[in-house]
Design a protein around this ligand. Structure first.
Ligand code: ATP
Ligand code: MG
Length: 337
């Protein structure tokens, strides 16, 4: 699996981990970190950094996420197998393509398709800088893409995402909207996140935060996070008021009412379908919250399936402005909304 090449460097032995990179035409090649040219950081999260890198041999640009990993070789093997599953399924247009993975000096390098931005940065720029809003037709397309991606992951790969939020939904100038950070990076983050408290994960469903409900993870917890995400993208801020402590988060999410989007917010009207979709995702009681098979039949999703929206033009226009103002490389590192 992971061949180890030992290279002499003075009296020290350097261990270079080799991974398999799947590039154009589904061709697989061995690669090491030395085959990649680092072009700088494009983002930073709580668990690692994302850099733009180029595969020197072909010039393929990619996003490489590096996460500190404490996994042993057996776990690496398992992760690699899991990644193979993800890599073999490139036929969902709504999930980010994986190219390969390698382990180097205690870091896991996950190589994936390079997108232009993520919705956390995008919406903040639109609402806070431009003082505009994301039009509902775009929100509808985001809902469609995300629910289809989540459904695909569950149905075809048996993956539950566990970390649905604006920064894990990516976009590009061609008008693509793709979900990322599932599977292997999700697992790595998850194992680190287990050692952290719920306060670091504001999109978490009530049943996940409540220490009294210890059931297994259900897709419906992701449905809640999807509802929170769409709500946030629609109004331009996190749905709950700012929490000052983990206790406040717990009290509000577990004991308080679920956030419910209104038809009219700050003078902006949303359609009944959109409001209903968001609020259905935010049904507080897990058992009453729908799963994907129901959600994909929702009138909002049905109506956006055939709808022509020039999101490429919309994204390009905003992304160009972000870039002109130096926003494309702007990194978000705050865990608190
Ligand atoms: P957290 O650490 O809480 O999961 P996060 O999702 O923001 O937060 P990362 O997943 O490390 O953290 O990503 C950091 C940033 O890198 C994202 O906000 C996104 O803008 C950018 N990014 C991640 N993957 C890609 C990609 N494939 N293409 C382009 N940009 C990406
Ligand atoms: Mg992420």
């Amino acid at each position: 699996m992971f061949c180890r090449n030992y290279r002499e460097k003075g009296s020290d032995q350097l261990v270079i981990s080799t991974g398999k990179l799947r590039i154009e035409n589904n061709e697989e090649v061995d690669f090491t970190s030395e085959d990649l040219l680092d072009e700088g950081e494009i983002g930073r999260g709580a668990y690692g950094t994302v850099n733009k890198m180029t595969y020197k041999k072909t010039g393929l640009a990619m996003a490489v996420k590096r996460i500190r990993s404490t996994v042993d070789e057996k776990q690496q093997k398992q992760l690699k197998m899991d990644l193979d599953v993800v890599m073999n399924s490139s036929n969902c247009p709504y999930i980010v393509q994986f190219y390969g993975v390698l382990f180097k000096e205690g870091d896991c390098w996950i190589c994936m398709e390079l997108m232009d931005s993520s919705f956390d940065k995008f919406y903040r720029f639109v609402y806070e800088r431009l003082k505009e809003r994301i039009p509902e037709v775009v929100l509808g397309k985001i809902a469609l893409a995300t629910v289809k991606a989540l459904h695909y992951l569950k149905e075809h790969l048996e993956i539950i995402h566990r970390d649905v939020k604006p920064s894990n939904i990516l976009l590009d100038r061609r008008g693509a909207i793709k979900l990322c950070d599932f599977g292997i990076s999700g697992q790595l983050v998850d194992s680190i996140a287990k050692t952290r408290d719920a306060g670091c994960r504001p999109y978490m469903a009530p049943e996940r935060i409540d220490p009294l409900t210890g059931s297994g993870y259900d897709v419906r917890s992701d449905v809640w996070s999807l509802g929170m995400t769409l709500y946030e993208l629609a109004i331009g801020r996190f749905p709950y008021p700012k929490w000052n402590s983990v206790f406040e988060q717990l009290t509000q999410v577990v004991n308080g009412p679920a956030p419910q989007l209104q038809n009219n917010y700050n003078g902006v009207e949303y359609t009944h379908e959109f409001v209903n979709f968001v609020n259905t995702c935010l049904i507080k009681e897990e058992q009453s919250r729908p799963k994907y098979s129901q959600l994909i039949e929702h009138p909002l999703i049905k109506s956006y399936e055939g709808k022509e929206v020039d999101i490429s033009r919309y994204f390009t226009n905003i992304l160009n402005q972000m870039e002109a103002q130096g926003y494309a490389t702007y990194t978000m590192n705050d865990q608190w909304p």
